[in-house]
Write a protein that binds this ligand. Structure first.
Ligand SMILES: C[S@@+](CC[C@H](N)C(=O)[O-])C[C@H]1O[C@@H](n2cnc3c(N)ncnc32)[C@H](O)[C@@H]1O
Length: 205
């Protein structure tokens, strides 16, 4: 473990004491508190959702009439919000889109906190992260409603600026957020796209 890295830092302890499954819940809470991205009653998709910290925050935000769908390679159990459904799935698998559409014909917002297995090589890790963002964007092109919201974690590194430019073609506004709960040594940030413009997206990646 590298110097200065504390896996049980203040956010980890706060997550435990407030009943959140992961410290990442605070990253999403901060992004959503600085801008009202989602509303009560919305249907939202969370890609890379295990163990479920984002799902807990999203369930609070959409409320009892809203719907949250979480997807991850790993199984997620035991969430209490009646409108939350979880699927085991890989964003690289095109049949996931059909499964998502069977649950809801359209989604108001798509979130992705997906992270690749890291190698320690900044270029490789960034490329793997960008591929996951690309897949989240592709899935959004199939399920996100016009005007919808897209929030995706991305590692900064080679190719980052080009990826942001690509996302800008599909959303009226794209901002970069780096919540306080993000570890200082981390290369991650969140791309926040508003007002989805469907016609601009390519058909496949
Ligand atoms: C940082 S964790 C997500 C934490 C989650 N947002 C939370 O708040 O609990 C990243 C997740 O991305 C998932 N992931 C990575 N590649 C994926 C893929 N191809 N398809 C689906 N999920 C993936 C991993 O399994 C892992 O659970």
């Amino acid at each position: 473990m590298s110097k200065g890295f504390d896996p049980k830092d203040a956010y980890f302890k706060r997550a435990k004491s407030e009943g959140y499954r992961a410290r990442s819940a605070f990253k999403l809470s901060e992004i959503l508190s600085s801008q009202p991205l989602i509303r009560k009653g919305w249907t939202v998709l969370d890609l890379g959702a295990a163990p479920g910290g984002f799902l807990q925050v999203l369930a609070e935000k959409v409320g009892p009439r809203g719907h949250v769908v979480g997807v991850d390679l790993k199984k997620i159990d035991g969430l209490s919000h009646a409108g939350t459904v979880t699927l085991v799935g890989d964003v690289e698998d095109d049949s996931l889109v059909d499964e998502l559409k069977r649950l809801h014909s359209q989604y108001d917002a798509v979130f992705s906190d997906m992270a690749p297995a890291t190698t320690g090589s900044m270029a490789t890790d960034a490329a793997r992260s960008h591929r996951l963002v690309e897949r989240a964007l592709y899935i959004s092109s199939k399920v996100l409603r016009p005007g919808g919201v897209f929030v995706a974690k991305a590692f900064m590194g080679p190719g980052f600026d080009e990826m942001v430019q690509d996302i800008r073609r599909s959303f009226a506004s794209v901002k970069i957020a780096r919540p306080k709960a993000t570890r200082s040594r981390s290369k991650e940030c969140f791309l926040v796209g508003k007002s989805y413009r469907p016609l601009a997206l390519e058909d496949s990646v």
